[in-house]
Write a protein that binds this ligand. Structure first.
Ligand SMILES: C[S@@+](CC[C@H](N)C(=O)[O-])C[C@H]1O[C@@H](n2cnc3c(N)ncnc32)[C@H](O)[C@@H]1O
Length: 235
């Protein structure tokens, strides 16, 4: 529950601090091959980056379900008569039971599923709801150098863990992309991490860790690693 509080606490400022997530959502939507869909489920919809990209790409659909466990994030998601907002935690067992089997023409999720407590179980539930899936995940290599210096483990899933879970349920195409974002100071970098929604769950840094970072962080940028998954078929 710590993660949801962080997303909610900064929901009003989220739009200023989500540069990479926006790029990721745009790239993920560019993988969509069709111009028209039936009902779409967006898992971890946040402030609506997927919905916005679909609109920009002139992709039409009959219905759009924006699912997120942060009501504050859903509150800043666009409203429209084709949008249904569902406040739900995808880590809850049987979360998918609120939907019907194969209810969705497409399930898409950008920058959210790396927070799965049990990714295999989330994917298993999702696999009963659709035949088309597009996912992007931040991996544990995000902030790799920073985590190494202050000796903490990333709170998000490793690339290998994500792929092992995906392998159980899907055949898919994969692309791994590294992003960098430049900062003029370590202080600015830390503020970005805190408010971006990528870092949720990372403990508050103490004075000693801050000092270590200020003195030893060797880069002028932050590192992000994202994997893009286009499911070809279910297993
Ligand atoms: C980094 S944001 C990405 C938002 C949006 N998909 C985008 O591409 O900009 C991650 C979103 O996932 C939501 N989220 C994280 N864990 C979740 C969970 N267990 N259940 C539902 N939503 C979750 C957060 O509230 C947040 O809105």
């Amino acid at each position: 529950m710590k993660v949801v509080r962080e997303f909610s606490r900064f929901a009003h400022e989220y739009n200023k601090y989500n540069v990479i997530q926006k790029r990721v959502a745009k790239k993920l939507c560019a993988l969509l091959e069709e111009k028209s869909y039936g009902k779409i489920l967006d898992l971890g919809a946040g402030d609506g980056a997927i919905y916005d990209n679909l609109s920009k790409q002139k992709i039409v659909f009959s219905d759009f379900v924006a699912l997120d466990f942060s009501q504050e994030m859903l509150d800043i998601h666009k409203n429209n008569k084709s949008i249904e907002k569902v406040c739900l935690d995808f880590n809850e067992r049987n979360f998918s039971s609120v939907f019907k089997a194969n209810e969705f023409d497409l399930i898409i999720s950008s920058s959210a599923l790396q927070w799965s407590v049990n990714l295999s179980s989330v994917l298993q539930e999702l696999s009963s709801l659709s035949n088309k899936f597009l996912f992007s995940f931040f991996t544990a290599n995000t902030f790799k150098t920073l985590h190494g210096i202050i000796n903490i483990n990333s709170p998000i899933l490793k690339k290998e863990e994500i792929l092992t879970s995906l392998d159980r349920f899907f055949d898919y195409e994969l692309e791994v992309v590294e992003y960098k974002i430049d900062f003029t100071s370590v202080h600015d970098m830390l503020r970005y991490i805190k408010k971006s929604g990528v870092s949720g769950g990372v403990k508050q840094l103490g004075y000693k860790e801050m000092k270590t970072l200020m003195l030893e962080y060797p880069l002028t940028y932050l590192e992000f690693e994202v994997i893009f998954i286009k499911v070809i078929q279910k297993k």
